[in-house]
Each structure stands twice: as C-alpha cells, then as structure tokens.
Design a binder for this molecule. Sequence first.
Ligand code: GLY
Length: 386
Amino acid sequence: MTSTDLVSQANSAFDFAERQLRHLVTNYPGLFPLYTQNGKWNHQSESWTNWCEGFLGGMLWLVAKQTGDAWWRGKAEEYSGLIEHRKLDRSVHDLGFLFLPTWKVWYELTGEKEKQQPVLEAGRTLALRYQEKGRYLQSFVAPESLFIDIMMNVEIIFYAARELGDENLQRIALEHCYTTRRYLVRGDGSTGHEAIFDLQTGEFLRQSTHQGWRGDSSWARGQGWGLSGFVTAYKYTNEIRFLNTAIALADYFIERTPAHGVPPNDWDQPSPKLAYESSAAAIAAGGLLDLGDVVTDPVLAEKYRQQARRTLATLVTTEFLAIQKPEWEGILLHGIYHERKGLGVDESVLWGDYFFLAALDKVLQNASSSPVQSTGVVHTPPKYEK
Ligand code: GLY
C-alpha cells in the first residue's frame, strides 16, 4: 500500500469510527466501556481496574478535529467534563490515560488556563504513588508492584513538572523511568510486565505478570507501552538512554512480530489460542511513528515509519476493521484485555480503538504538513545481546 493509499484508508477508517462512536454515545449516553462482549459495549462484566475513561473523550476530540463539526466538539467537551473528578483519584496509576487525550487536548486547542488545571492536578496526584525506597510509581495492584504500563502515564508528571517548574515532580518522573529501564527492560530489548520490590528496603525482587504468559515472557502490549513511553520520556528529558531504550524495544517488537505488524498477546506463549492482539499493534504503530520523528538517522527513521505504516495498512483491512460486521459496536477487532481472567478476549478494546485512531491521525497530520523537525541529538544505536 502506498502512502497515498494509506491516507485514503485512514480517512475511510475515520468515517467508520465516526459511525461507531455516534452509535456508542447516543445509544449508551455516559457509558465508559473498556471492552466489548460479543461485539457489544454495554455489559456487566468486571473492569479489573477503571483506567479507560479518557479514551472515549480522546476519540471524540480526534473525530471533532477531523470533522470540524460542532456536535463532536460538544460531545468531546461533555465526555471530558464527566471525568474531571478523577484528577484526584489515587486508586489507579492511569491518570495520564485519562487526562492527556482529553483535558490536555482541550487546553492546547483553547489556551484556557482552567482547562490545564485538571491535567496539572492529575500529574500531582499520580506522583503521590511514588515509592521513595524503590524509586518507582506503584501500580494499582499493590505498593510493591511496578507495571511497564506506567511508562505511558508518567508523561503527565513530566508535563506538570515542566508547566509548574516543579523539580520534585521532575525527579519522580525521571527516577521512575530509570527504575523501569533497569528492572523491566531486558538485555534483548524485551520487557517484563511487572517488577516486585521489597517495601522495607526498596530491593528489586523479581519480574512477574498479570496479562502476559509468564513473569519472564514478553507481553506484547506491555512492549508497546514501553516503546511509546520511552520515546515520550526522551522527548521531555533529552536523556539519550531513553531513546536508546525505545529503539531496543522497537527492534524487539519488529523482530518478534510477523511482517503484517500484529503480534499475539505474548510472543513466548507456546501455541497461543489467538493469533492477534490488535491493540498492541495500534499502540506500537503510534510509538514507531513518534520514534521515526526523533531518531536523527534517516534510514532508521524510515525503518520505523515504514513498519508503522505497514501495521496500520493491516489494521485498516476488513480482517481487523469491524466495517463488515453490522452488529459489532467497536472499531478494531481482535483485541485482548486480560486473557487469564477471560475479560475482553478477541473483542474490541477501547484503548485499541483510541490508539488506532491516534496513529491514523498522525499519518494524516504528516501527510498534510512539512516533515517534523529533528531534535538534533546524535545517537548511536546500542548493540543488545540475544
Ligand atoms: N491496564 C493496562 C492494560 O491492560 O494494558
């Protein structure tokens, strides 16, 4: 598929997303789903944790931007407004997921300071999860637990630190990234899902997992969270080690995934029941586009952009886009939330839909603007042991 074809497919995918989202917000007003059950958003199955409430608003902002339509803008504001109280929520580690796709976008569009306040507050709240001894932000499951997923949320602390000039917030965000890099990124560029620490001493004890196959295996979505998270951490800090880590994670993702770009839930799981975890592919596509924008070597940049385009070209086919399933309410097929718990297995997952649209939005943006400026930082890709 050429770049022009992908742009046209991205526009069609946005048209389809518009239909699915209109159905969701008009048929189930105020519902914030996580995953479909037999293709339907409205069901009573458990959430495990409530971390997805920013993705619906995030998609509404993306569609509002694509269409320029006041109805979508109204819905985007409404669904952002509905989650404002979560800025003080200390029960989840996902405040970046809630406030970056919604209130930060709203603030950037309007420049109205009161729209920025919830983002800054959420950044301060997330930083309260910091464990001084182990130097990490604790996951929602326990104080001794660090998740790779938090790399995707730490941006909100970097952002609050920068906007408030708060050195302590900056320290917390930075230390969290160093700790994640040290204990969850392996020598071959793969990542663990969870690190467990001794709370008394701060000593790292072991790697573990909830949604992957085993503690020492490679959960594909976690790899996507890590890849995107380390690119973002690099953008906020210029710390070359974060860029090199992102490169290592990207290379591992590419090496382990078939050419079409969609991995299974865990690369190490023998004979997985399902071939695809489409949300991991959507997350990685966005991360690879971002990585392509920050590496200075044009050959490397093209390698990552090409892989991202190839992945998106797969996701826009009818194998993955639910366009030929009239009863299906989600956008992307073949996502997996939590295989062991049997939640959202081979279904649409809200974050998969969001990161898919966000990556397509980047493609459309790049097609209509001049190339992104490089940071001017020179780097040497590291050699990693196999
Ligand atoms: N809780 C984040 C995830 O399922 O990836």
